[in-house]
Design a protein around this ligand. Structure first.
Ligand code: ATP
Ligand code: MG
Length: 409
């Protein structure tokens, strides 16, 4: 038998109410805050991710599903910021009055080692906000993430924030960090040796314990803990912290937080749950003021985040699938289907038995599936009535058809 691919999972009917709830809450919360949904293709030119995510990242170097079609290199999206930025530029959304606030949901693909909380096809939900450098937009962005998590009943969260500064102030930090790492460079992992050349800050994000150990020297820790960022960036970061304080968001500053993608500047943040194992990050995001321009658009500041929906799913209370309003019990399948269609037109959910089996069997099925049974026997058909049975209390009553239907409208 052909089985699902390693690192992929079916979302079964019994799970879908919970997934629908996650999506419904997103729709409500994001719509209320003026985020508009955007849906972009699942595959894009490989070049988009190479440039937009960055060729010093694990995503681009190791995790992409890339294939050739008609001599074009195509990649299944490993994340959605690059795709949204491409769509934003290509469709002229930058001509709208800023800020342009967007959200998305959908599957992402990364060739990773599957484990709890880590799949090869997984789902993200995310927001992107274009056109504002103001720290208040950073605050709203983070606040929206927390509000969404709270709406799912998730309150035990650690919010970590940091500022990476701008390319100018980062340069000094970068050089100092390189100088401190250099003497031990041969002891760092192979990935970090590449990062050292391409994007040394990412060494701070390495998950290899030996690299972590090597970073744990007083000199390097002192450097991480100095306020290297320039006055303007420091002012932006302190404004953000003030707004978060005013909004009563609990957070901590983690100076070692750099995030996996190459394009971030200034604000970066991560939200972790204490109830997940080692894959404990549910949300990651940050400001990426240079990306729109780098991908061919006009200079446009932007900030966004993405959440892993499988990780959310594993944390939240599962929803029971809703019961049908009505199950039609009848020995005349055609009449039963016609009644069902009449009910469905009135937005009453219902079903019936194709086989016109014994009423006892049909009632058993009705009790499993629905809140009420509409009994349509010979007598009812003749008199244009329905016997309505409450399947919880077993109370039943025969009434004119119109009256039975009106009960649910
Ligand atoms: P991690 O450190 O867990 O690898 P990341 O930095 O690669 O995360 P992002 O690219 O920022 O993650 O994606 C945002 C969120 O998407 C993560 O916080 C996580 O919840 C989720 N996520 C990322 N990769 C996976 C995966 N392979 N399977 C399931 N969820 C994932
Ligand atoms: Mg990752």
């Amino acid at each position: 038998m052909i089985q699902a691919q390693k690192g992929t999972k079916d979302i079964l009917p019994e799970d879908s109410s919970t997934w629908q709830m996650m999506e419904k809450n997103a729709l409500t919360i994001f719509n209320n805050a003026n985020f508009k949904e955007i849906r972009t293709p699942i595959f894009e030119a490989t070049e988009l991710f190479a440039r937009g995510v960055g060729d010093s990242t694990d995503i681009v170097n190791k995790e992409m599903y890339t294939f050739e079609k008609s001599e074009r290199s195509i990649t299944l999206r490993p994340e959605n910021t690059a795709g949204v930025v491409r769509a934003y530029i290509e469709n002229g959304l930058h001509r709208q009055t800023p800020p342009v606030k967007l959200w998305y949901k959908g599957p992402m693909f990364r060739y990773e080692r599957p484990q709890a909380g880590r799949q090869r096809q997984f789902h993200q939900i995310g927001v992107e906000m274009f056109g504002s450098t103001e720290a208040i937009s950073d605050a709203e962005c983070i606040y929206t993430a927390i509000k969404y998590l709270n709406s799912l009943g998730l309150n035990d969260l650690d919010v970590e924030i940091n500022s990476l500064g701008c390319p100018k102030c980062r340069e000094t930090f970068r050089n100092k960090l390189k100088a401190l790492i250099k003497p031990d460079l041969d002891k760092y992992c192979e990935d970090c040796k590449v990062r050292y050349e391409k994007n040394p800050l990412r060494i701070l994000d390495c998950k290899n314990p030996q690299c972590n150990e090597l970073l744990n020297t007083p000199d390097i820790q002192n450097l991480i803990n100095t306020d290297f960022i320039c006055d303007e960036c420091a002012e932006h970061f302190s404004e953000l912290r003030r707004y978060l304080d005013e909004l009563q968001v609990k957070y901590s500053v983690n100076k070692q937080l750099v995030r996996g993608l190459d394009y971030y500047n200034r604000t970066v943040f991560e939200i972790k749950s204490n109830n997940l194992g080692s894959q404990n990050a549910v949300c990651g995001g940050g400001r990426y003021d240079g990306l729109v321009e780098m991908l061919g658009g006009p200079p446009t500041p932007a900030i966004g985040w993405a959440m892993g929906m499988e990780r959310l799913y594993s944390l939240i209370e599962k929803q029971n699938p809703p019961k049908l309003d009505v199950f039609v019990v009848s020995d005349n399948p055609l009449k039963a289907l016609k009644l069902c269609e009449e009910l469905r037109n009135k937005n009453i959910s219902c079903d019936f038995d194709y086989g016109a089996r014994k009423f006892k069997k049909q009632f058993e099925k009705a009790a499993k599936l629905a809140n009420f049974a509409f009994v349509l026997g010979e007598e009812e058909i003749e008199n244009n009535t329905i016997t309505v049975k409450n399947l919880t209390s077993s109370h039943q009553e025969t009434m004119p058809k119109a009256e039975a239907i009106a009960k649910f409208c």
